[in-house]
Design a protein around this ligand. Sequence first.
Ligand code: FES
Length: 134
Amino acid sequence: MSESGKSSRQVCERAVLLDGGLAQRFEIERGGRRIPCFVIAYEGQVHAYRNSCPHRGTELDWQPGEVFDETGLYLVCATHGAVFEPAGGVCVGGPCHGASLSRIPISVENHLVVLQTDVLVAPQPPASAESRGE
Ligand code: FES
């Protein structure tokens, strides 16, 4: 069980993720290390990635959970502005063009976003249901 008492694979409720809105941040453990990650909704699907830019390894957010650009169509790295396609995580502009974010396997089960192969070690406070511009 996680610190919150939830299942150790349960990231968040699906309903808190709005298309192009705030990401839900969380951490997993791999090889004894805590890995920051986030999950987003885009075009009705959910996608989770390590929160690590392929350019320099910094977290993408410019504020916690703010990983989309102002259009809600691309993920953007706050450090040097790399732009990523949300559904595949491929960088389509910026210093790591062609590189990809590292995908975290998830699924949606009973209205919950659930990790498939990793164990949650630090669920973050739920993201606001409001996203930028809504
Ligand atoms: S660290 Fe992300 S673009 Fe440089």
